[in-house]
Design a protein around this ligand. Structure first.
Ligand code: NAP
Length: 299
């Protein structure tokens, strides 16, 4: 029986593991995919205190090694359910693990555009990760869709590789930080396609073009080899929908203390209701949730 099981090995989950291990609790971290969560897709982190210009992968690897060195056990198994009771049961595709407290730190998954043909063209021109797939488009023409930090950072990253980048956004104001917007405007090979949405995809065996429609209803087709979708993320809380309260957008409801309405169940990071979803707030949530879990165990 573990003291604390942490679901998710992103910045929130691994930081929670560090705090729980340092409080001498037995800790199992369960992760469905790779450690690091979405930060591994960020080429260059500029806004984490005292660590300017570190790649997301390097950051995640250091965090993973730090949690392991402190004694966290980390297994790569997908959690499918968490059952409440005198002891909690964390169900994976392989086993059922009993524990006394659970921290849900599963983050989020990319939101799809919802355009016809999108799913079929994933890996054939459509991607949700510029740093993973950008190199396939060296010297080609690509489009990025979205107006947040991810979309603008993706467009900047791709503009170093691709010949031309269209940045398609449904409004004329960006949600992203002003600094990124200035950099985008200064790049010679990024063309802004504003007040426009992607309304159709054209393809043979691979993506050939995206049709964009502006607010006046005018459509045109941009010839592109790749489309990088960066229109936000959806909280990965499906396995917990019977366990904890979720808000209308699917975030697990908890305040800054990371406590859900269920005793012994805590939520940390991007899958929690909160205003600021950043690397630093994910790490902070991990510390808060682990500290609350330790208090719960020692009460
Ligand atoms: P986001 O900030 O939620 O932005 C999503 C963008 O996609 C918005 O511009 C939105 O348009 C657009 N959008 C949403 N649904 C759409 C649809 N169906 N069709 C077309 N456009 C659509 O998401 P994000 O960029 O992934 O960032 C998520 C969080 O991570 C944010 O808090 C962000 O600041 C943070 N982040 C931080 C960094 C960094 O600090 N270095 C890097 C990446 C991400 P509207 O603007 O019109 O709503």
């Amino acid at each position: 029986m573990y003291d604390i099981i942490i679901v998710g090995a992103g910045p929130a989950g691994l930081t929670a593991a560090i705090y729980a291990c340092r409080a001498a609790k037995s800790v199992l971290v369960l992760e469905a995919a790779a450690y690091g969560g979405q930060i591994i897709n960020t080429p260059d982190i500029e806004n984490y205190p005292v660590a300017p210009h570190i790649s997301g992968f390097a950051f995640a690897t250091k965090l993973y090694e730090q949690a392991k060195a402190l004694g966290a056990e980390i297994r790569f198994e997908k959690v499918t359910d968490v059952l409440d009771g005198a002891e909690k049961q964390v169900v994976t595709s392989k086993e059922v693990y009993p524990c006394r407290a659970v921290i849900l730190a599963t983050g989020s998954v990319p939101r799809k555009l919802g355009v016809k043909g999108e799913t079929e063209l994933v890996g054939k021109g459509i991607s949700y990760c510029a740093t993973c797939d950008g190199a396939f488009f060296r010297g080609r023409t690509v489009a990025v869709v979205g107006g947040g930090n991810t979309a603008l950072e993706d467009a900047l990253y791709l503009s170093d590789l691709a010949e031309k980048v269209y940045l398609i956004h449904r409004r004329d104001a960006f949600r992203a930080d002003g600094g990124s917007v200035e950099k985008i405007r200064a790049r010679g090979n990024i063309e802004l396609v504003l007040n426009s949405t992607v309304t159709a995809l054209s393809a043979d065996s691979r993506l050939q073009g995206v049709t964009v429609t502006d607010r006046a209803g005018e459509s045109r087709t941009l010839a592109v080899n790749g489309l990088f979708v960066a229109v936000g993320r959806i909280p990965a809380n499906r396995a917990f929908e019977k366990l904890v309260a979720l808000d209308d957008a699917g975030y697990a409801v908890a305040g800054e203390d990371c406590r859900t309405g269920v005793p012994g169940v805590f939520v940390a990071g991007d899958n929690r209701t909160k205003d600021v979803r950043q690397l630093v707030t994910a790490a902070a949530d991990g510390a808060v949730a682990a500290t609350a879990a330790v208090k719960y165990l020692e009460a």
